[in-house]
Design a protein around this ligand. Structure first.
Ligand SMILES: N[C@@H](CCC(=O)N[C@@H](CS)C(=O)NCC(=O)O)C(=O)O
Length: 231
């Protein structure tokens, strides 16, 4: 029996940290893709979206909104929030800055060119990469928030995976980040997720166009007929 379902565009986006956390905590799930404005309207009419936004995570009889709430719910449920209040505080701090850091990767496919996206990612990594490295060193466990893996490591590794997809050499001077990333992506459940059909590919123009079609909003200005879905 499926334990959870995750409703979102047919792609990674703001649902991807939740997918990694579902995998990390051993929850079977299905992706429920929303491909059209009518499907989104029906979802909104269902009353399952308290703030009208996707992603939607259905689990344990609950309808969860906000990816930050999803990852924390799963962290508590799956014992990935550390062991002490101090661990939890570090989890929240690192997960918070990781969300800021990840935003550049989320925006990358919407940029006018790969060169611009890569320049943005490199600039963002130049700001945060050594700070993450220092945090892992200070923690002393090889992880970023506690003596064992937490959800902060999972979401950090998820963000790094996107940076590496765009900039394969970007971790070359940050050995602790590299090791953390390898530990998380090598964990059996996450490795199985990444190799599965549940894992969507690196987002490209098709994904950007799909988000515009579903949300009926303008595409990035560099795209032809950018207002094609605006009603
Ligand atoms: N902070 C939220 C952002 C959710 C969000 O912006 N979702 C977009 C799609 S990626 C959406 O549903 N937009 C439609 C709307 O806001 O009405 C999260 O991480 O879950």
């Amino acid at each position: 029996m499926t334990a959870a379902s995750l409703t979102y565009f047919r792609g990674r986006g703001r649902a991807e940290t939740t997918r990694w956390m579902l995998a990390a905590t051993g929850v079977d799930f299905v992706n429920v893709p929303i491909d059209t404005a009518d499907e989104l309207a029906a979802l909104r009419a269902s009353g399952k979206l308290p703030f009208d936004q996707m992603p939607l995570l259905e689990i344990d009889g609950l309808n969860l909104s906000q990816s930050s709430a999803m990852i924390r719910y799963l962290a508590r449920r799956g014992d990935l929030y550390g062991d002490t209040d101090t661990d939890a505080m570090w989890c929240d701090m690192v997960a918070g800055v990781t969300a800021d850091f990840a935003e550049t990767a989320l925006q990358a496919p919407f940029k006018p060119s790969a060169e611009i996206a890569i320049a943005d990612l490199r600039a963002r990594f130049a700001k945060f990469g050594t700070l993450f490295e220092a945090r892992i060193k200070a923690q002393g466990s090889g992880f970023c928030a506690a003596a064992r893996m937490t959800f902060a490591d999972v979401v950090l590794a998820e963000a790094l995976s996107s940076y590496v997809e765009w900039c394969p050499d970007i971790l070359h001077a940050t050995p602790r980040l590299t090791a953390l990333s390898e530990t998380v992506t090598g964990a059996a459940r996450i490795a199985a997720y990444l190799a599965s059909d549940l894992r969507y590919p690196k987002p490209g123009d098709d994904y950007v166009i799909a988000t515009g079609r579903v949300l009926q909003r303008a595409l990035p200005a560099h795209m032809p007929d950018a207002d094609r879905f605006v009603v």
